[in-house]
Write a protein of this length. Structure first.
Length: 318
């Protein structure tokens, strides 16, 4: 399932009609609450992404100039009782909306790849210290906390457990942390995970490294300016293998970059995580999402958010 932003054009183009916008957002918030109340035991199989071959993955992520929108859950989701970078959080969000997920692989003391955003485990678990000072065996007694600090039953997952979970369900985009490139390559090859894994890269050299060893795998590249565009372009990696992060918004400063990426068939992604996601209430965030998109020079093709279900409630279920 892919969402069409164009479904909401009558709201986005009528900036003077604040009453309609308020009513619209009220309905979206109500839909979000009803979704939360009713999703309890649903597995959400209708939201699963099932790719038979790598070309299916390419087709799903390709830019098609049809106003469709994909949503990426940044570190999974922020919901009460569901920690970031947890399989339980991924499943909870996926039970409500089709998503792919940005996740954070890091190494334990004994070189097991697990998911953890920070170098330390203080913020997200009931323990403290550097992740790299713990063996995986020692992590088994530790439990993850949700974003409000509540201890849950969730454990720190191994990346290979996430690979097994997401096969036939979703795609995970591996951010760049402290895991050596070759260890990532080896694990993907071991699990034959090319169809449902994406790799975040920050340079053309990184893109080329992965492409040479995992031909066809999807890459999430940073292309926020002309220099970054040229660096990726000269890598020789096919544009069809990429989505592009173009910044926190699409405006006149990066308009020409977005146009060049679209001409190459590349979807352009913005992230609300550093901006609108930091607002305190659901209503404030959803109003900010709507303003951001209606004020964009071009509508984003992918939105990354800590609150992917809220983004979906604004743009996806109209």
């Amino acid at each position: 399932m892919i969402y069409k932003i164009q479904k909401s054009k009558r709201f986005m183009n009528s900036k003077s009609d604040n009453v309609i916008k308020i009513l619209y957002l009220s309905v979206a918030v109500l839909a979000l609450l009803l979704s939360a109340a009713g999703c309890g035991s649903k597995e959400g199989k209708e939201n699963y992404l099932k790719f038979k071959k790598i070309s299916d993955t390419h087709e799903y992520f390709a830019y098609k100039a049809d106003s469709t929108l994909l949503i990426s859950g940044h570190r999974g989701t922020k919901e009460e009782g569901y920690p970031e970078n947890s399989i339980e959080g991924f499943q909870q969000a996926l039970s409500r909306v089709p998503l792919f997920f940005e996740v954070d692989p890091r190494l334990t003391k004994d070189s097991v790849i697990v998911l953890m955003h920070d170098e330390t485990i203080d913020r997200t678990t009931n323990a403290s210290g550097k992740l790299s000072d713990y063996t995986y065996e020692e992590l088994l007694s530790i439990r993850l906390k949700d974003h409000e600090g509540n201890i849950t039953a969730s454990m720190i997952p191994k990346l290979e457990e996430v690979f097994e979970w997401c096969k036939g369900k979703s795609v995970v985009n591996l951010d760049r942390k402290d895991v050596p490139h070759q260890m990532i390559v080896d694990l993907i090859q071991k699990h034959k995970a090319e169809k449902y894994v994406m790799l975040t890269v920050h340079t053309g050299a990184q893109a080329r490294y992965y492409h040479d060893r995992l031909p066809g795998i999807m890459l999430s590249v940073a292309v926020r300016n002309e220099a970054e565009y040229e660096d990726i372009d000269i890598s020789g990696v096919p544009w069809e293998n990429m989505i592009a992060y173009v910044g926190q918004s699409i405006n006149e400063s990066n308009r020409h970059i977005v146009e060049k990426l679209h001409a190459n068939g590349v979807r352009c992604m913005v992230s609300f995580a550093p901006t609108h996601d930091r607002l305190r209430t659901t209503e404030q965030r959803m109003a900010a999402y709507l303003r951001e998109v209606e004020n964009s020079v071009y509508k984003p093709d992918i939105i990354e958010s800590d609150y992917p279900v809220e983004v979906w409630s604004v743009f996806g279920d109209q």
